[in-house]
Design a protein. Structure first.
Lengths: 251, 251
DNA sequence: ATCGCTTCAAAGATATGACGTATTCAAGTG
DNA sequence: CACTTGAATACGTCATATCTTTGAAGCGAT
């Protein structure tokens, strides 16, 4: 009815995308130019682009421009109207949860505001995710979480910030995934982007604070032990701490 | 540099979209068919669609099919690859925060799971939003919130479920917006969809419970008075109650 | 001078034909 | 049996033509 069903077609596909997967082809190239320019405010809201101009400016055909614009339209970054052109929508209409939009804003002038928003979101979501994980996590997840907490500690002790960052991202992503809530799980990549951005932001001056490390182990232990309240409390301490540190850094 | 800037171009536009704005034109029509079919699982993950088949099936041209597929690709619902076709991506890759995807899933077979996910998200986010609103809300927002709480109470007393639903949606959306966090604010429409879906789900058998109504007034009063802790607590009671009721309804 | 209708043209929306290109699958070869 | 190679396939891109919508100019009447 709906085309041949290849039940295992996605098996190989899942391995092909080691994290993020971009839109490909020429429309993707166009997106990489327009998206950041709009998301960062370089092209201000209310600005009007003409499809024909974009064709010339980027030396691509109508087809390519239209498809790229369609994608931007799907994110609510722009709206295309006859006789008017392609207008940049007001920020309040943007799909601020779209991973691409988040990435573009993190990379541009909106970075502080985006970090703040995400910080508050983390404070709201991650403790709840930790509590759910303490109840619903699989045995495998608990084991891996415990393992990650250990490797986190080791990397911190050795002041190896790069691998520490990797384990930190994996830790938070795993907690979110283990919560069993698909929406929480999808924030894993976003949190990863925040942690990366934060590390880049203050140029890795400090080594990870021992207190924060201990809290991570506490979260892992609580989740492994099924202590939802404890997991939630420890995770809340982590993320509120991160938010305060962020506010301090940003003034 | 980036096209003429029409600073007030969005003023009229903002009024044109009274809630949701769809993709328009023939691609939009195609999306309304394919999106729900994929989101509901009617077209299973791993299924392969051919562009040419879609052209025939819907009687539209390549242009239209390609643009619709590009939008679906932007939501990570499908991926288009040469020589293989348009494959439906595994659920774990979908942009589950995309408002369109949420709406499609709420309308289809995935509705219970989607309601559960959103219920947990509400429990995480809305109390935090209420706390932030108590600190950052503008005077206008506080006034309107208070007013909404009153009208909510009246509608509940008169057992007018339809207008009650409207005020309830407006109330929660306002709290989220008044939090000052753009990401929270964008969950307003989603929460509205949940409340609507919930009301439709158990076929409006009960009148709103007086206890829940009182809690809404409590939230409004706490936010107006700047009592963040109280606002957060009352809101948490509301959303956890809603989640429990939901779990009871769904078994 | 203002209002309302008509007319025109700008710009996107759609359709279509042609060609490019990557990828799969299978035939062929060692 | 493993490897190479080639052809078929389905998406990717370009170019062009036509249609549709709609903002704005033009114009007449009140």
């Amino acid at each position: 009815m709906w085309g041949r069903s290849q039940g295992d077609a996605h098996r190989a596909g899942a391995a092909d995308y080691p994290g993020r997967m971009e839109i490909q082809g020429l429309p993707g190239r166009l997106l990489d130019e327009l998206g950041p320019a709009i998301a960062s405010g370089e092209i201000p809201e209310g600005a009007v682009l003409r499809g024909e101009d974009l064709e010339e400016r980027f030396g691509v055909s109508r087809t390519v421009v239209r498809e790229a614009v369609r994608i931007l339209e799907g994110m609510r970054l722009v709206a295309s109207r006859r006789r008017v052109g392609i207008t940049v929508q007001p920020k309040s209409l943007w799909d601020v949860f779209d991973p691409m939009v988040i990435r573009w804003r993190l990379a541009g002038a909106d970075r502080p505001a985006q970090l703040r928003s995400l910080g508050s979101l983390r404070v709201a979501v991650e403790p709840a995710a930790a509590a759910l994980a303490a109840r619903h996590a699989s045995d495998d997840d608990r084991r891996e979480l415990s393992s990650l907490a250990v490797e986190l500690t080791v990397a911190a002790r050795e002041a190896d910030l790069t691998t520490f960052l990797g384990y930190d991202i994996a830790f938070h992503a795993l907690v979110l995934r283990a919560s069993g809530n698909e929406m929480f799980a999808h924030l894993g990549d976003t949190v990863g982007a925040v942690l990366t951005g934060r590390t880049e932001y203050h140029l890795m001056p400090h080594q990870p604070e021992p207190y924060a490390i201990r809290l991570h182990r506490e979260v892992a232990d609580a989740i492994c032990g099924g202590d939802a309240a404890h997991a939630e409390r420890a995770m809340r301490t982590i993320v509120t701490g991160a938010l305060e540190e962020l506010n301090q850094q940003l003034g």
